[in-house]
Write a new protein. Structure first.
Length: 216
């Protein structure tokens, strides 16, 4: 087979793969969104610190779990009613970012306003916060006592996103943490995590209500 023929086959194969990816993407875009989750019974806080986050692929979740473990904080994920799986979900998320559009959140299992500190985490979507985090920040504007922010992305320029988060929630963070996605995946964030945790107010356990004593 000549070099030109081999090159033509590669071009045709690449074109077919691209068409397939686009087709799958539009199929996901047109697929129905999951229905809203049923309301949850709110859990009692076990700490005065809450780590709350959104994660589409699991990277931000990994960092959130590390922060919660290091601070003995309660942990709560944000989920919304939009199908964000696969290539189509990625495209929908990208469009939400370009339009600075929020989302409809599923009910939380905790009340963030009951915590002394709420640590809020987001992936970087086009140099902005994820749509579910945008919604959370707007819904809790001026309602949270103290906040801190963390971010996972593909770069090291996080200042603009943190400024947007502060503006949306109406409070300046006591500390911020930005970690490139590749560093989270490769577990290269221990030093940054330690400095971030050190800058946070110390977490304290919340006394749990005791059952009333039985009268004999």
């Amino acid at each position: 087979m000549s070099g030109k023929a081999r090159a033509l086959r590669w071009v045709i194969a690449l074109g077919c793969a691209l068409l397939l990816a686009v087709g799958l993407g539009f199929s996901a875009l047109l697929s129905p969104d999951p229905p809203p989750a049923a309301p949850k019974e709110l859990r009692m806080p076990t700490s005065n610190v809450l780590v709350i986050y959104y994660s589409r692929t699991g990277t931000t979740q990994k960092l959130a779990e590390a922060i919660a473990k290091a601070t003995n904080a309660d942990l709560e994920p944000l989920t919304d009613t939009v199908n964000r799986k696969g290539f189509g979900g990625f495209m929908r998320s990208l469009m939400d970012t370009f339009r600075r559009r929020g989302s409809t959140l599923n009910p939380l299992g905790v009340d963030p306003t009951g915590y002394d500190l709420v640590v809020i985490g987001t992936p970087d979507w086009g140099k902005s916060v994820a749509a579910p985090v945008r919604t959370f920040l707007g819904e809790h504007q001026g309602k949270l006592r103290r906040v801190a922010f963390f971010l996972t992305d593909g770069t090291t320029d996080h200042a603009a996103v943190f400024r947007d988060m502060a503006s949306m929630v109406g409070a300046e963070p006591v500390a911020v943490l930005g970690v490139p996605q590749a560093d989270v995946v490769a577990d290269r964030y221990a030093e940054k995590l330690a400095a971030f945790v050190k800058a946070l107010p110390a977490a304290q356990p919340v006394p749990q209500p005791r059952e009333p004593a039985l009268v004999q």
